[in-house]
Design a protein around this ligand. Structure first.
Ligand code: MRU
Length: 347
């Protein structure tokens, strides 16, 4: 991700130290912070300084590896990080990737090196897979395409490049004229604060719309394609993603607009048969009732704040993956590919 003529990743290790871009400060401040210990990694995920399924997986893997290197309790560290957020499966996949690598070691030095090596590989895989998602997803984007996206599935949410935003970047680099409708994404405004900021950095033409406006633009024939990310993809193709994704998918079907999910292999979870069993995070009511400490309601009402919803496979036209674009017909091939990647770490 390029910012003021410098390339950044969202999450990275430098001389054995873990850094992130603090996403809670964007778009007003671009702040880099160091996470010194596993408690800080846990806190950063929980309060969403780092967020987006693949980015959570990467920071958890790196934080876990550093904790192992410092001789902290392997089981406690795993459980603490796993408990930071429940919906994105990338978190568990990142921790498991490290755990499997250390299980093969016998010496203390071997364990430390294996943990760091695996965490870095998991992180690099995500960035590389996002590049491929961009390449394949670009094929769906015609010149003058008008695309809707929800939440932030850009470089900030991954390690670099993005999932849903990767095809848009690629289309833009290929010289295609595109326009992106950015759902603001209440209550935490990841679309307005983060996606719009990323698109602005890239010079991609876009506008922020209120979440409720998407149906109107679809009905007007002004949206050609919807692409979002996912936090977990079940065996039958159901997905969990940011609250509001489901209603966009239903609206897209009603208006005959293709609706695609873009995701790296860390987001797939074949052990789960359907979306029905995906745990949905319930976040604090304050996120709905206030913004940056400013009250948005009278103070007399409570609020409910589910952070994700489930979109059934029947609403999804296809899945943009690092191995190509799949639909439900060839889903078995996708899972075979997924098993290979998760076993070898290679595409
Ligand atoms: O609560 P968030 O901001 O972590 O939710 C993020 C999303 O829902 C993204 O769409 C998803 O993680 C995919 S990111 C490539």
């Amino acid at each position: 991700m390029r910012y003021q003529d410098k390339d950044y990743q969202t999450v990275w290790l430098e001389n054995g130290r873990l850094f992130i871009i603090d996403q809670n400060q964007l778009p007003f401040e671009f702040t880099i912070i160091e996470l010194h210990d596993i408690e800080q990694v846990y806190e950063a995920i929980k309060i969403m300084k780092v967020r987006g399924a693949p980015a959570i997986g990467a920071v958890a893997a790196l934080g876990y590896a550093l904790a192992i290197g410092k001789g902290e309790d392997i089981h406690r560290s795993y459980q603490l990080l796993l408990s930071s957020r429940p919906t994105a499966i990338d978190l568990q996949n990142g921790l498991d990737f490290v755990k499997q690598a250390i299980a093969r070691q016998i010496t203390g030095a071997g364990i430390k090196a294996a943990a760091i090596g695996a965490a870095q590989q998991f992180t690099d895989n995500i960035a590389n897979e996002c590049l491929l998602i961009g390449k394949y997803g670009n094929e769906l984007i015609a010149d003058n395409c008008r695309i809707l996206t929800h939440c932030n599935a850009g470089a900030l949410a991954t390690v670099d490049y993005g999932t849903a935003l990767a095809p848009m970047r690629e289309a833009h680099y290929a010289g295609k004229n595109i326009f992106v409708y950015v759902d603001e994404t209440r209550p935490r405004l990841q679309g307005m604060r983060l996606t719009a900021w990323e698109l602005a950095q890239e010079g991609i033409d876009h506008a922020i719309i209120a979440d409720n406006a998407a149906g109107y633009y679809m009905q007007q024939g002004k949206i050609d394609l919807v692409i979002t990310g996912a936090d977990r993809i079940a065996r039958n193709g159901d997905i969990a993603n940011k609250i509001g994704t489901y209603s966009k998918a239903v609206l897209a079907k009603e208006n005959n607009i293709p609706f695609y999910i873009a995701a790296p292999f860390s987001t797939f979870y074949r052990q789960l048969l359907s979306g029905r069993d995906i745990p949905i995070e319930e976040r604090p009511a304050e996120e709905v009732l206030t913004f940056n400490g400013v009250a948005l309601s009278s103070g007399l009402s409570g609020a409910l704040n589910p952070a994700f919803d489930i979109t059934k496979a029947k609403y999804i036209s296809g899945y943009i993956t690092p191995a190509g674009i799949f639909n439900k017909k060839d889903f078995d091939k996708l899972w075979e590919m997924n098993i290979k990647v998760q076993n070898s770490g290679q595409i």
